[in-house]
Design a protein. Structure first.
Lengths: 334, 317
């Protein structure tokens, strides 16, 4: 296989707080190949968004970032602001959750796309206008020329997210990070945006990182899935394998919390929706051992409470299906 | 937009009418006899009576009001009891001085507030922020007259760089106009600057935390462009309101500063009118201040729509 376009290795992010360091990301590793889609899944607060912002140096000054993230052969962590700036937009594009607040309400669409075009090369005003119109057409916005003069509040939520995608595409990035990019949208619009990004991914050969808490989205589009809990990857693998034989109790819990629409059994025989008891741990006060052990329904023995389980291949699965639990074989075998 | 402006103008006229009734009523309640004040105690009774009649002070109060308002509508605000000049000409000759001082002071205030407030928002709880908050506290606490006197002592007295008082019209000598303007403008601008600094700080801080600022950075924009176009540009919208109020306040004459620097502005005119119970001048001045406030507010509201496209003005049916 060719070298990954983005390789994150043992990434740590801690925020300095008055109560001591809040360790939000604790040794995250993943690889993304060109043209492939990686989904990063987890509850809010599991460190998904923080990891992606850390790659581009977009976290506030109170964040300490350690580890390695190699993009296109070059290390990102610890690089200067100016070097990172050149990667932002041009190497790695980002689409954020809420297209209402992620666009500047007082600037026109043309201006905001133009900024992305001008950030990395000199473009004339006419050049900006025609390129911006092309981008809008590409993301499926009709009557692009007229829309350029619009302000964000004059567009619908789905249109705004298309504009965000146009902005992310402006620098021709090799990697697109979509951070909960469909979460704030209506379900029908969600589907359109998913389709759009898949199409663009094919046309541009981009690697896409989908950050989401929505397993339904993951099932539809991802090649490879990373499940995060308390800033750590607890399970990863090809999407079919991970959904078919979840090996970590947390992944199992997440899947159990997903309603099965086409369950053939009559309603009263169906499994009830499973909810996971408890809350994710406080990043400033992580439990020792496995961070999930206080909530773990499978087993929480002395070893789980003292020794963090390493991320190891799941017995009986392909090599890249790995889980960080001492009971992978048992959970997957159920 | 035009309809909105017209409607606001009509409202302003109504407000002005209210203000004029109020002003007139207060004048009636103020103790003291203006004619006595103008003539002094030794004046002979005939002159006194003649002047009273000429000023219409013997008419019933409502008649006096209607006469006054009717004349005011034609631009006739009466004649000063003290000098015999028309109120309009008295005010008109003060306007350039006040305009110079107010505009220069708001420039000083913004030159202090925007850099200091922005720096302190960019470095919260750092030394710059402490310094900014301390100096804005100081700027608010220091009385204008004290600051004015200190500036005069240092820059006019010890150093001898600038004149201590007085005003030269711009049309006469731009250089002299500027030299005379610097100290009073700083004195009047500092307290407005202190108020605006805090405002800029909180406004920029809020703006910095917006999602679209993160988007701008994620595009790969240079930090300076992000600051200018996404942080300051958006922080400007609320600043216009507070800045407008400060400008209106400065335009209606900063009495103490004008007094300290012997600045022949509207504040001084109003102050002298109070001292000598010069009703026509005082009424005219107060009415003018009301007009200034209404106009500045109107301009601010219209500027809002220019700065923030989400705001559109529609006339209510």
């Amino acid at each position: 296989m060719t070298a990954p376009v983005l390789a994150v290795d043992d990434l740590h992010v801690a925020f300095r707080t008055r109560r001591g360091p809040a360790r939000v990301v604790n040794g995250l590793s993943f690889e993304l190949h060109a043209g492939r889609t990686l989904a990063v899944v987890g509850e809010s607060g599991s460190g998904k968004s923080v990891s992606s912002l850390a790659l581009l140096g977009l976290l506030p000054g109170t964040a300490d970032v350690r580890g390695s993230a190699v993009f296109d052969g070059a290390e990102l962590i610890g690089r200067s602001e100016e070097e990172l700036r050149k990667v932002r937009g041009a190497g790695i594009g980002m689409v954020f959750q809420d297209p209402m607040t992620s666009l500047n309400p007082v600037l026109t669409i043309e201006r905001q796309i133009g900024e992305a075009l001008r950030a990395h090369e000199k473009v004339s005003d006419d050049g900006v206008r025609s390129r911006a119109a092309e981008l809008l057409t590409e993301v499926g916005i009709p009557d692009a020329k007229a829309r350029l003069r619009a302000y964000p509040h004059q567009l619908s939520g789905g249109m705004r997210q298309r504009v965000m995608i146009a902005i992310a595409l402006a620098g021709n990035p090799r990697v697109l990070i979509a951070d909960e990019a469909t979460t704030a949208l209506d379900v029908t619009v969600q589907a359109q945006i998913l389709e759009l990004i898949e199409r663009l991914q094919h046309e541009h050969g981009m690697g896409v990182v989908w950050i989401t808490h929505d397993l339904g989205v993951v099932a539809g589009i991802a090649d490879h899935v990373v499940v995060m809990y308390a800033g750590r990857c607890v399970e990863e693998g090809a999407v079919d394998e991970l959904f078919g034989r979840p090996a970590h109790p947390y992944t199992r819990g997440l899947l159990g919390a997903l309603p099965v629409v086409d369950d053939p059994r009559p309603a009263r025989e169906r499994d009830e929706l499973v909810t996971m008891p408890g809350l994710p741990p406080d990043p400033a006060d992580l439990p020792p051992g496995c961070a999930f052990h206080p909530r773990c329904p499978v087993r929480a023995d002395a070893r789980c409470a003292t020794e963090p389980p390493p991320l190891l291949s799941v017995p009986g699965s392909a090599a890249e299906h790995r889980a960080a639990t001492f009971y992978a074989g048992e959970v997957a075998g159920r | 937009m035009t309809r909105y402006a017209l409607r606001r103008l009509a409202q302003s006229v109504a407000v002005l009418l209210g203000v004029s009734v109020l002003v007139f009523a207060i004048m009636q309640l103020v103790p003291g006899d203006p004619i006595r004040a103008a003539l002094g105690q030794q004046a002979d009774p005939e002159t006194y009576q003649a002047l009273r009649e000429r000023a219409g002070l013997d008419d019933p109060v409502p008649v006096q009001f209607v006469t006054w308002i009717g004349n005011a509508l034609t631009g006739d605000f009466g004649v000063s009891f003290r000098t015999g000049e028309t109120v309009l000409s008295l005010i008109a000759e003060r306007v350039p001085a006040t305009l110079s001082l107010a505009l220069a002071a708001i420039v000083v205030a913004l030159l202090i507030a925007i850099p200091l407030g922005t720096l302190s928002a960019l470095n919260p709880r750092k030394p710059v922020d402490w310094f900014a908050s301390l100096s804005s506290q100081a700027g608010l606490s220091v009385p204008d007259f004290w600051l004015g006197i200190m500036l005069i002592l240092v820059f006019a007295g010890t150093l001898g760089w600038l004149p201590s008082a007085g005003y030269t019209p711009l049309t006469e000598s731009p250089g002299d106009w500027l030299r005379h303007l610097i100290l009073p403008a700083i004195t009047a601008g500092v307290s407005s600057g202190a108020i605006l600094t805090r405002f800029v700080r909180s406004s920029v801080l809020e703006s910095l935390g917006q999602d679209h600022v993160r988007t701008a950075r994620a595009k790969g924009m240079r930090a300076r462009d992000v600051l200018t176009w996404h942080v300051l540009r958006n922080a400007l919208v609320p600043l216009v309101t507070v800045g407008g109020v400060q400008l209106a306040y400065l335009l209606s004459g900063v009495v103490v500063v004008e007094y300290v620097f012997a600045w022949p502005g509207l504040g001084q005119l109003a102050f002298q009118a109070v001292e000598s119970r010069d009703y026509p001048v005082l009424q005219g001045a107060v009415l003018l201040f009301a007009v200034i406030f209404l106009l500045v507010n109107l301009v601010v509201d219209l500027a809002y729509a220019r700065l923030d496209p989400r705001i559109t003005y529609r006339s209510a049916r």
